[in-house]
Write a protein that binds this ligand. Structure first.
Ligand code: AMP
Ligand code: MG
Length: 421
């Protein structure tokens, strides 16, 4: 198989057929669209789903002016210019139990944090700033009319678009929607993702390994990440390296899933049938990306079903999932602003091997040094089959396409895993 280009040399990793990561991601995102179906869910069930309609506030939050502190509510006009004012405390306003009587000049109301401001009052003085003798409250100078009030609508104005369509519902956004009193929200339906592994060497868990056999770790790593993304997972198990079986599995997935993800069989070995079958049964958009680990990665369509064929090496499968599959799935789940965790520079404590020609995602452990600086060290082994490097790491060390080796002490970019891996 003449898949090595005459242009590549053993001193670098260039492959003229490979897309850059940016090109691959852009192409993948351009070729997928949000699933059509939508459903109305009780708020609590909507965590991790994506809004299919904007949410518009029909009332302000907070609904009433209320106290930001425990203290005394009064009229700003009663604040002394000099010396002290002595005011009569005529009642108490509690959170949820307002004081509704009108107050007159020279009067104040004991008030708790969150309590509605009594009619006529416009200022709250912290309890630590007054002296109290019985019902008499002494207030000094240095206060401002209007202080310690949370105004109605200061969080959300009535009529405001609070969350746009295409927004992922996070725990904070669940709270925000609850603060509006929203009972239900309309979200995109769950994405149906079929997953299978290929390889004659893959042995089911619980069975002893025959010579040459390995356990199917990828399906577990990938189903873990898919579960965290919140898809509806169709686990199709292991499919043998046999075109007839693979064809049947492709056809079944194309009938029932929005997306098919496979692992293994996309490189150019004798038993790697996945890419060829995709070419025969569907259309290939790209199958090589200039990243390490993870160069062979097939992306295309089987009818309406989006196909993503990941490499078999366990670290390659995790990297391609994180960098390419994840944004594409999130776009299909309805998210409009799909962004990955940010990269930022930190000092690297390890020497790193790197050849120009491929962007690398080495596995790193980000930690804080004794002097407080954030630093990263590479995990002990960087081979694409060393799954313990993924388990030990908490970030990728991202090395750019044309970058060469890194010496200990250099700055490198890191990208935290942020919960998915
Ligand atoms: P392949 O991409 O099929 O050529 O496989 C590349 C390497 O990854 C081989 O060493 C396979 O044994 C290994 N591999 C393939 N699939 C899996 C899997 N599901 N879990 C763990 N390792 C795998
Ligand atoms: Mg294989």
């Amino acid at each position: 198989m003449a898949h090595t280009s005459p242009l590549s040399s053993c001193r670098d990793d260039h492959d003229p057929d490979a897309l850059t990561l940016e090109q691959a991601r852009t192409r993948a995102l351009a070729q997928v669209s949000p699933v059509r179906g939508r459903e109305c869910l009780m708020l609590r069930l909507a965590l991790g789903r994506v809004l299919a309609e904007p949410v518009i506030a029909d009332a302000p939050v907070p609904a009433h002016d209320n106290a930001a502190m425990d203290g005394y509510a009064l009229m700003g006009a009663d604040l002394p210019r000099q010396g002290k004012a002595v005011l009569d405390s005529i009642g108490t306003a509690w959170a949820g139990r307002p004081f509704m009587d009108a107050i007159g000049q020279g009067q104040c109301v004991r008030i708790m944090t969150g309590a509605m401001i009594p009619p006529g009052c416009n200022t709250v003085i912290m309890q630590e700033h007054v002296e109290v003798q019985g019902q008499r409250v002494h207030v000094g100078t240095g206060h401002r009319s209007g202080e310690n009030i949370r105004s109605a609508g200061e969080d959300i104005r009535a009529g405001q678009t609070v969350l746009a369509a295409g927004t992922l519902i996070t725990p904070a956004r669940l709270g925000l929607l609850a603060s509006l009193g929203r009972v239900e929200v309309t979200v995109h339906r769950r994405l149906r993702v079929a997953l299978f592994s290929t390889g004659d060497e893959l042995i089911a868990l619980g069975k002893p390994l025959p010579p040459g056999g390995i356990h199917d770790s990828n399906r577990h790593t990938l189903s873990g990440m898919l579960t965290r993304l919140g898809v509806d997972l169709i686990d199709m198990g292991v499919v043998r390296d046999e075109p007839r079986h693979l064809r049947e599995a492709f056809e079944e997935a194309a009938r029932c899933a929005d997306v098919l993800i496979t692992t293994g069989g996309v490189s150019v070995g004798e038993a790697d049938f996945v890419r060829d079958l995709l070419g025969e049964l569907g259309r290939i958009s790209f199958w090589k990306v200039a990243i390490k680990p993870g160069r062979p990665m097939a992306f295309g369509h089987l009818g309406q079903t989006v196909f993503m064929g990941l490499p078999g090496n366990p670290v390659s499968a995790a990297v391609t999932f994180y960098q390419i599959v994840q944004p594409a799935l999130r776009r299909m789940m309805g998210e409009i602003e799909v962004s990955l965790p940010p990269c930022f520079p930190v000092r690297c404590l390890s020497d790193l091997k790197k050849r120009p020609g491929r962007m690398e995602f080495q596995r790193g452990v980000l930690s804080q040094a004794d002097d407080g600086e954030w630093v990263v060290r590479a995990t002990s082994s960087q081979g694409s089959g060393i799954l313990s490097s993924m388990s030990e790491a908490n970030c990728f060390i991202v090395l750019e396409l044309e970058q060469g080796p890194v010496a200990a002490g250099d700055l490198v970019k890191v990208q935290p895993f942020q919960g998915l891996i």
